[in-house]
Design a protein around this ligand. Structure first.
Ligand code: PAF
Length: 281
């Protein structure tokens, strides 16, 4: 496995392989790899000739009061895990090379980024879309893999690829969970022991919604009220949003039809967690 830090070296590497007709699978990450990332890597490995994983904690997607500085990092462990899972290249660029002095171009995906996480994290998706566009230009993958846990992110990226005529195929893979149901996230390390227990309420609330729907409830306001009640019962929990949206365009829906998704963001103590579940009937 190679670690490539230089942008031009990464681009040359990919270009050479593509000219030979090799298929490149790409998993963009911010490092601190967990089983969610590893499931993306496994899928990339099984469907492509070469797997590239980028590790880059992207400053432009963090707000000024967010956790860019404290975001967990462990390159040594990431390197070990990536090698163990058969990754061919880790692309590990420096911030100063991705955003050199004078940098001034950003990608803004409109509408889809206005609600949900976009509303509470202004500028977040502009940073995500920008860095992903840059990474696609450098790595030139055939297929890129994202987690369904970041449902809005996956939809935004798909839209960007479509709108900007990028050639990469986007695959969103199912959320990987801890044994007890908590969605895997690099930020789970921030949780104290008691917060870790309370954090399960996201998963329980989603499952409760699913059970209600199975019993015939179709009204999203009633489902959301039940979920909010459950979450608010935890002292450490502060709801950012709980919404039932169309899985294609993220617009609120009043009555469940097909392709519905329940999305939620909840702060447990100081840690903001997100999760979602497809519930279409
Ligand atoms: O999902 C993430 O880890 C990041 O948002 C991504 C896609 C790697 C862009 O920095």
């Amino acid at each position: 496995m190679q670690v490539i830090k230089q942008l031009s070296k990464m681009a040359d590497f990919s270009l050479k392989l593509r000219r030979k007709g090799r298929k490149i699978g790409f998993v963009p990450t911010m490092g601190y790899l967990h089983k969610g990332h590893l499931s993306l890597i496994k899928q990339a490995k099984s469907k492509n000739d070469i797997v590239v994983v980028s590790i880059f904690v992207n400053p432009t997607q963090f707000g000024p009061k967010e956790d860019f500085k404290n975001y967990p990092r462990d390159f040594k462990k990431d390197k070990w895990l990536a090698a163990a899972f058969g990754v061919d290249v880790i692309f590990y660029p420096a911030v100063k090379n991705m955003y050199p002095a004078g940098y001034c171009t950003y990608v803004n995906v409109e509408e889809l980024t206005e609600g949900l996480c976009g509303a509470s994290r202004p500028g977040h998706f502009k940073g995500v879309a920008t860095v992903v566009a840059k990474l696609f230009n450098i790595v030139q993958p055939d297929v890129a893999y994202f987690g369904q846990k970041d449902a809005q992110q996956a939809i935004v990226i798909k839209q960007m690829v479509k709108d900007l005529n990028m050639k990469v195929k986007i695959e969103a893979l199912p959320t990987v969970r801890e044994k007890d149901g908590l969605a895997m996230s690099s930020r789970n390390v921030y949780l104290s022991k008691s917060e870790r227990k309370d954090a399960l309420v996201l998963y329980y609330a989603l499952n409760n919604a699913k059970a209600l729907i199975k019993r015939g409830e179709k009204n999203s306001a009633r489902i959301i009220t039940a979920m909010r009640k459950m979450i608010n019962a935890k002292k450490t929990a502060r709801i950012d949003y709980v919404s039932m949206v169309d899985a294609g365009n993220l617009k609120d829906i009043e009555t469940i039809k097909s392709k519905a998704i329940i999305v939620l963001a909840v702060k447990i103590g100081n840690t903001r967690l997100i999760d979602n579940m497809l519930v279409g009937v």
